[in-house]
Design a protein around this ligand. Structure first.
Ligand code: N01
Length: 534
């Protein structure tokens, strides 16, 4: 624990979470003289970057974009070492920000909020350390990918070896050299961890249910000239944050794939593949909305898999089929496919050979027993809603958020919910979340919520709550925008489809961060239209 607040007092604002959103929120609130305090489950700050410390973890957004922009001096002085930063470096960045802004005394770490109830104009938070915190307002900064998904694989508890989760990787070193390691899950985390584990494991068995589309990162050290250019271009970057769909520019050819001849298409895709990173999906204007155009891009990726993987059967299994590219998050890798050419690395295609059970000594699939010393679960998250619904949030008249969201999340702007006054959700479901650079989404939300709280103070507002009809309109808008994309074609965590029993609802706002920001600005400029105040 690093600092306690006076638990008898009523805070102006409690912040839940001390990742990038929580740290920035706390800082902005303190700057404006609010009494506030943050609570964090982890024993340190950094949120997702505290927990996801598995070998190979790094960001799939380039470091110079995955940085706070609101702190100009920090932007000018922090020296990212690589094009795509590693988890340890990003964690150091978060810790540095907390030190720089004097935030540590205002954060209680190692403390999980287990309940939040609204009554008599204030929230009462309860913690797993049996403490109670009273606050007039609560801002959640719990992240989009923080509630761990542990799959219901029969026998998991009986495994006699070591079970590790990429999303809760231990801080102390894990000895994997010379051991037989199994990895379940081939999303972004699995695809990043596999090449690293292969470097030391005696045997590595990768259990894949769905083959993912992945693009090479082409990671490399950043040059001083690149860092200097980024600092010189700071104003433009700030402007881009306001005016672009993703919060940073993604430049393509501006042409449609279906109106470009095949040789021209391949030449452009080759450039994107050689450059590395996710920008390749924006090469043409139609691959994100037209299934035929999408198939052209998907086929290009499939050809790269067949080119990289020597064994034809393994290549076939690793080739993604059956869903449009981009409708699950595109993975970014370092030699993922090449790893399967190593003699001690094997792929088990669970579509052909499903897991029957975990035994004391490994994983039994329909056809084989795979003997393992270590089992790595890279099985993802109850994304977007899980961290909120698991927290025991109870609003007006005792309504439980988990019940209110049983048929899918309902929010106004992704920031507030009818029936839950004085509660704001940074990067909540219904906002752009992971469909934009999440750093830019965080900065927007923090500024917007800060402005609202200042407005409330200036206008003696003690209660502010989303109006049901405004929320209904927002939910309909989010659904309508999703319906115009290819996302609903695919079972993914975007739709909650990775969690058994979860309502199949597309949670993010798919209209772009620029459009989202304009809507939120409009709401604020009209005296917080869609909110009831008292
Ligand atoms: O999780 P995922 P993740 N049996 O849900 C499989 C961010 N992130 O942690 O596709 C067997 O994508 C599941 O299979 P299927 C990023 O936003 C960012 O990898 O459901 N397999 C899938 O293969 C990312 O998108 C970075 O058929 C099972 C995998 O587990 C998000 O976090 C790095 C299973 C889960 O993939 C989540 O990524 C890492 C079962 N019972 C993560 N249950 C950056 O680079 C699940 N699976 C910033």
């Amino acid at each position: 624990m690093t600092g306690l607040c006076n638990l008898d007092a009523v805070l102006d604002i409690a912040v839940i979470g001390a990742g990038f959103a929580g740290l920035h929120m706390l800082d902005r609130l303190r700057e404006h003289g609010f009494s506030c305090h943050a609570y964090e489950s982890a024993t340190g700050v950094g949120g997702t970057w505290f927990w996801n410390r598995y070998p190979g973890a790094r960001c799939d957004v380039e470091s110079l974009d995955y940085s706070y922009l609101h702190d100009r001096e920090l932007y000018a002085t922090w020296q990212w070492s690589e094009r795509f930063a590693t988890q340890p470096e990003i964690l150091r960045y978060a810790e540095h920000f907390a030190h720089r802004r004097g935030l540590w005394p205002h954060i209680t770490t190692g403390t999980t909020i287990t309940g939040a109830a609204f009554a008599d104009g204030a929230w009462t938070l309860t913690t797993d350390t049996d403490e109670r915190v009273r606050a007039r307002f609560v801002v959640t900064a719990v992240g989009c990918m923080s509630a761990v998904n542990t799959p219901a694989i029969p026998g998991l508890a009986r495994f006699g070896g070591t079970v590790l989760r990429t999303s809760r990787w231990p801080a102390e070193p894990v000895e994997l050299a010379g051991r037989r390691v199994g990895v379940v899950g081939t999303g972004s985390s699995g695809i990043q961890v596999v090449p690293e584990l292969a470097k030391t494991a005696a045997e590595l068995v990768v259990f894949q249910r769905t083959a993912n589309f992945s693009v090479p990162a082409r990671n490399r050290p950043l040059t001083q000239a690149e860092r200097d250019a980024a600092v010189a271009g700071y104003e433009q970057r700030v402007e881009n944050a306001r005016t672009t769909r993703f919060g940073h520019p993604v430049t393509g050819t501006g042409r449609a794939a279906l109106e470009t001849d095949p040789a021209g298409r391949t030449a452009e895709f080759d450039k994107g593949w050689a450059r590395g990173g996710t920008h390749i999906v924006a090469t043409f204007t139609d691959t994100g909305r037209d299934l035929t155009a999408n198939a052209v891009l998907a086929d290009y990726f499939r050809d790269r898999v067949r080119e990289a993987v020597h064994d034809p059967e393994t290549a076939r299994a690793l080739t993604p089929t059956g869903y449009p590219i981009g409708t699950k998050r595109l993975c970014v890798d370092d030699d993922y496919y090449e790893t399967f050419n190593l003699p001690h690395v094997r792929l088990v295609d669970l579509r052909d050979d499903p897991i029957q059970e975990v035994t004391e000594t490994g994983i039994r699939t329909t056809r084989s027993d795979h003997e393992l010393d270590v089992l790595v679960l890279a099985t993802g998250f109850d994304a977007f809603t899980g961290a909120l619904t698991r927290m025991g949030i109870t609003g007006r008249d005792g309504q439980l958020l988990a019940d209110t969201w049983r048929d899918g999340p309902r929010s106004y702007l992704g920031l507030a919910m009818a029936g839950f006054p004085n509660l704001f959700t940074l990067t909540g479901p219904g906002s752009t979340m992971v469909l934009s650079n999440v750093m830019r989404a965080i900065e927007h939300h923090v500024e917007w919520v800060r402005d609202l709280l200042v407005y409330a103070r200036e206008h003696d507002i003690t209660e502010i709550e989303a109006i049901e009809s405004a929320q209904d309109d927002w939910v309909a808008k989010v659904a309508d925008l999703a319906g115009k994309t290819l996302y609903p074609h695919t079972d993914s965590y975007y739709l909650g489809a990775n969690i058994e029993g979860k309502a199949r609802v597309f949670a993010p706002f798919a209209g772009g961060l620029d459009a989202y920001r304009r809507i939120c600005d409009g709401v604020a400029n009209e005296g917080y239209r869609g909110f009831r105040t008292a």
